[in-house]
Design a protein around this ligand. Structure first.
Ligand SMILES: C[S@@+](CC[C@H](N)C(=O)[O-])C[C@H]1O[C@@H](n2cnc3c(N)ncnc32)[C@H](O)[C@@H]1O
Length: 304
């Protein structure tokens, strides 16, 4: 079903989500520790490199990149002006270049950057192979692309909700897309917030090296199905329906994460973790948690 895996739907989804993305949602699912561990695969410490961050959003991952690379060597691309406006306000990102654009048709020349990074964006791309071919195209020979994204949940209910919302690829799919695009020396790393229990993996970062100059060998082979962007009244109705149901599916993960954080308080999983990597609820998240608690209490009192 994957209701938000569409450029128009993703645009409107982030039109609203950008308002509370940094304060409420993002820290629950994509933590500083996960970000910094993922970026280790990106070999960002080489001097003089230029980095493109695609689907850069509000700049959370970019803030991790500029810990290693001077900000004036980093270019951010996103299709959402609302997300990008928030990134532009961040002090550490003042010297970055910002460009609105599509991950599946990146508005930069072939062989231009030394590193490509994309975190948590592939879920919304209608043609992930095309996006990864573009990652290949924009980096120089010997350059490295790093894709960070979610993995399909093992639990059947979580999988159903996730797949209603957007794309949660399997590890084999990421690897297939990277190999098809022409990447070599492919490496993976798994990532998970502390609050997530269970044996299954949660997210992955995949890195690959571009062996030779030019476009991806898969560029001509892949049939790109570009969803229609024409907005008839019927399409608007469809978009609103997809947005409402898709967002509802996505938001169901918020209470799950909030309760996971509370459970964390009683576990020793974070023992010894550096202060900046400790997962704690902030005031916004505590407010939402209390509101959910009150709602559940009221339903029990009123109906049971
Ligand atoms: C979950 S956010 C991730 C933002 C950021 N990378 C981070 O780590 O917080 C996903 C971002 O991907 C962007 N996005 C979705 N589809 C896109 C596309 N086709 N081209 C460019 N950006 C896209 C969204 O606008 C959104 O800002």
């Amino acid at each position: 079903m994957r209701l938000i895996q569409h450029k128009k739907e993703a645009y409107w989804f982030y039109r609203f989500l950008s308002i509370f993305y940094d304060k409420l949602v993002n820290p629950l699912f994509w933590t500083k520790r996960m970000r910094d561990e993922s970026l280790e695969l990106g070999r960002l410490n080489e001097p003089g490199i230029r980095v493109i961050d695609v689907g850069s959003g509000t700049g959370f991952t970019t803030e991790g990149i500029v810990r290693h690379v001077p900000a004036d060597k980093v270019t951010c691309v996103d299709q959402s002006p609302h997300q990008m406006a928030r990134a532009k306000q961040k002090p550490a990102l003042q010297a970055c270049a910002f460009q609105l654009g599509d991950a599946e048709n990146i508005p930069f020349a072939t062989d231009e950057f030394d590193r490509y990074v994309s975190a948590g964006s592939i879920e919304y791309w209608p043609n992930p192979q095309q996006g990864i071919n573009e990652a290949y195209r924009v980096i120089k020979p010997g350059g490295l692309a790093l894709m960070i994204g979610p993995l399909e949940p093992e639990n059947a209910l979580a999988r159903f909700i996730a797949n209603t919302w957007m794309l949660f690829p399997k590890e084999e799919e990421y690897l297939h897309w990277f190999r098809e695009a022409g990447f070599q020396d492919i490496q993976v790393r798994y990532i998970k917030p502390h609050w997530v229990n269970g044996r299954g993996e949660y997210g992955i970062s995949v890195a690959g090296v571009k062996p030779k100059a030019g476009i991806s060998p898969a560029a001509g082979r892949v049939e790109v199905v570009e969803p229609s962007q024409k907005m008839s009244p019927g399409r608007w109705l469809q978009l609103i329906g997809r947005l409402l149901i898709g967002s509802l599916a996505g938001f169901l993960f918020i209470p799950a994460a909030l309760f996971g954080y509370v459970r964390n308080i009683f576990s020793d999983k974070q023992k010894g973790a550096p202060e900046e990597y400790r997962e704690r609820l902030n005031a916004y998240q505590i407010t939402v948690l209390l509101a959910i608690g009150l709602l559940i209490g009221w339903v029990i009192y009123r109906f049971i």
